[in-house]
Design a binder for this molecule. Structure first.
Ligand SMILES: [Zn+2]
Ligand SMILES: [Zn+2]
Length: 272
């Protein structure tokens, strides 16, 4: 195996470069070295490399936090993972010990979100942003970030587990039930995952608001019943028309920035 690998490195505002980097090796007892098998490009990755930069990250890090891989080496303290295993990666696991983790809110884990490198409070220690991530041939990850996955599942699908988790968690929180109608505001990748999950979960009608034609078409492919271009049509009136004047049962906002809350409330009797 070569000692170097190709990696996509954030070099500072507006700059992403492919570089040869040393292949990582075991440094701590709980380390695992993965050969990356699939990696996604998150919206936050784009915001990091935008000019002006829209999301903080440490210059010099290898980007990528939505990835999957095959275990090639484990530290001597790692249990339950062996070379050859396929794993999904949780980029932001809670510590399991702090007050917020013990309240069942690992997404607000105090040590994870007390990042001394970040420009202000509230930024997590996400790989690909503050330490080397997965847009590379190999990556070093602590074992508690990793979940073994059956080997027949394609790696590109396993790399989607993190963004799918966003939609699964959201649908769980709003208490969606079979037969309910749903509004999805925004058909970017996360919005499309919501559409697919509402569809597979038995939604009676799915209305999607999205200004971009290509994304409206993708929403139909994912299972939307009605797509609306909000620059040309009043989404509120259309939702009422599609739901016998009652409004949808649930609505999710999946857009950058903020829709007016009035729109969500009016689009849904059970506002979320
Ligand atoms: Zn992400
Ligand atoms: Zn914690």
């Amino acid at each position: 195996m070569s000692n170097t690998m190709l990696a996509a490195v954030f070099k500072g505002e507006g700059r992403l470069e492919l570089e040869q980097r040393p292949v990582p090796n075991i440094q701590r007892d709980d380390d695992v070295i993965l050969q990356v098998g699939g990696v996604g490009i998150c919206g936050s990755d784009l915001h990091i490399i935008y000019r002006p930069q829209g999301h903080p990250a440490k210059p010099g890090v290898i980007m990528g936090h939505e990835f999957a891989g095959r275990v090639v080496a484990v530290g001597k303290g790692v249990e339950g993972l062996n070379p050859g295993d396929h794993v999904a990666v949780d980029p932001n696991p809670g510590c399991g010990k702090c007050k917020m983790c013990r309240r069942g809110l690992p997404n607000a884990c105090i040590p994870h979100f007390t990042n001394p490198e970040a420009p202000g409070p509230g930024w997590g220690l996400t790989p690909g942003q503050w330490w080397d991530g997965g847009i590379a041939e190999f990556v070093r990850m602590p074992a508690h970030h990793l979940y073994p996955i059956a080997k027949h599942v394609p790696m590109w699908q396993v790399a989607m587990f993190e963004p799918i988790g966003v939609a699964v968690n959201g649908i769980g929180k709003i208490g969606f039930r079979v037969g309910e109608s749903a509004v999805v505001l925004g058909a970017g990748p996360i919005g499309l995952l919501f559409v697919a999950l509402f569809k597979s979960g038995g939604a009676s009608k799915i209305v999607v608001s999205e200004p971009t034609l290509r994304r409206r078409e993708a929403a139909l492919t994912c299972g939307a019943d009605v797509v609306v271009d909000p620059s040309k049509e009043d989404i509120e009136q259309r939702v009422l028309a599609e739901t016998n004047g009652e409004g949808a049962d649930v609505a999710v906002e999946v857009v950058v920035g903020c829709f007016p809350r009035r729109l969500i409330w009016s689009a849904s009797m059970a506002a979320c």
